[in-house]
Design a protein. Structure first.
Length: 335
């Protein structure tokens, strides 16, 4: 009987047959092994279920749950958080790759810095074949000691991707979790920053795959990537223009920051400073939002990338284990 896991890796998936096996291999091949891989299959219609069940038979760290109906991306993500019973939690994407020591290095950061709430690493983008495309430049002061400084930087200095970092579950559950309004992932990360600083491992350990089927739960991937199509991909109910007009999607975006500040354990001074920065940000963004509401413009990728291609060999740092390897390596299976 193995010890109780310290970490839950939550992997939401829908029709992920193309890259799912590679992602699972990379996760099961981690140097840090004390985790549960919790997979929530959002009623896939391809061979995702077969792939997950085969892996679950080979490694007892995997717990596979299939939703009876497609519950949308947001609910599927939050379902995994509610299901977790471990000290630490991490989201994983079914189409990304992870260096062998990603979990080890992130958990080391959390253990060495008790005030840190999220630990992540440098992120690079790869294509369908695993070829490096670019590296994400982390510009936000998410590690700043003062909460108002972190909040201000997250509003004005861009958006760094901490969605797939290792988090403290107790802190995660104190937030409003993942929502479906415009840029819900940004408010999710920013709210976490109100509870403590982030830690960034200065190594290229996470590889985000860019491909035509990315976020395949999106109902209209061939359509322009707008506020409407993006939020409808998170929750199909957002496609209703009458119940969910663009104005509402933007107002909920701003209100999410307000409720995050109101709910976080801040001093009166810290809370006032955060409200002040939020008011400045709303005034700064208001003109562009008005234009987008009336013209329904497309959303463009605003992530900043490093000037040079990351110096890392993806094939050498990512575990490429096969099902046969896991059959022979039965140390994680119960007797």
């Amino acid at each position: 009987m193995r010890e109780a896991p310290r970490l839950t890796i939550g992997l939401p998936v829908y029709n992920g047959e193309l890259f799912l096996a590679e992602a699972i291999d990379a996760l099961l091949g981690q140097t840090y092994e004390n985790f549960e891989l919790l997979i929530s299959d959002n009623a896939s219609t391809d061979s995702t279920s077969d792939i997950c069940r085969q892996y679950a038979k080979l490694d007892s760290r995997i717990r596979y749950i299939r939703q009876e109906n497609n519950i949308g991306r947001v609910r599927n993500h939050n379902f995994l958080i509610y299901e977790a019973s471990t000290e630490l939690f991490k989201f994983a994407a079914h189409d990304d790759l992870y260096a062998r020591n990603l979990l080890e290095r992130c958990i080391e950061g959390l253990d060495q810095h008790p005030n840190v709430v999220v630990a992540h690493c440098w992120e690079a983008r790869i294509d369908e074949t695993g070829k490096l495309l670019s590296g994400l430049d982390y510009l936000v002061a998410a590690d700043a000691p003062r909460v108002s400084e972190r909040f201000c930087s997250m509003l004005f200095d861009g958006w760094d991707d901490y969605m797939y970092g290792v988090t403290r579950t107790s802190v995660l559950r104190r937030t409003h979790l993942y929502a479906s309004h415009h840029f819900a992932d940004r408010t999710f990360n920013t709210e976490m920053g109100l509870y403590g600083p982030f830690y960034l491992v200065p190594e290229w350990l996470y590889f985000r795959r860019e491909h035509a089927g990315r976020a395949s739960e999106h109902p209209g991937r061939s359509e322009p990537y707008t506020v409407r199509t993006r939020t409808a991909g998170l929750d199909p109910r957002r496609a209703n223009r009458f119940r969910h007009p663009l104005v509402r999607l933007y107002l909920e975006y701003v209100w999410a920051y307000v409720t995050a500040i109101r709910s976080a354990p801040l001093s009166a001074v810290e809370r006032q400073e955060c409200y002040y920065h939020l008011a400045r940000w709303v005034a700064w963004r208001f003109p562009s939002v008005v234009i987008r509401v009336f013209h329904s413009g497309a959303i463009h990728d605003t992530w900043q990338t490093v000037s040079e291609l990351p110096d890392v060999d993806v094939d050498s740092v990512v575990s490429r284990g096969t099902r046969q390897d896991f059959t022979a390596r039965s140390t994680h299976n119960e007797e």
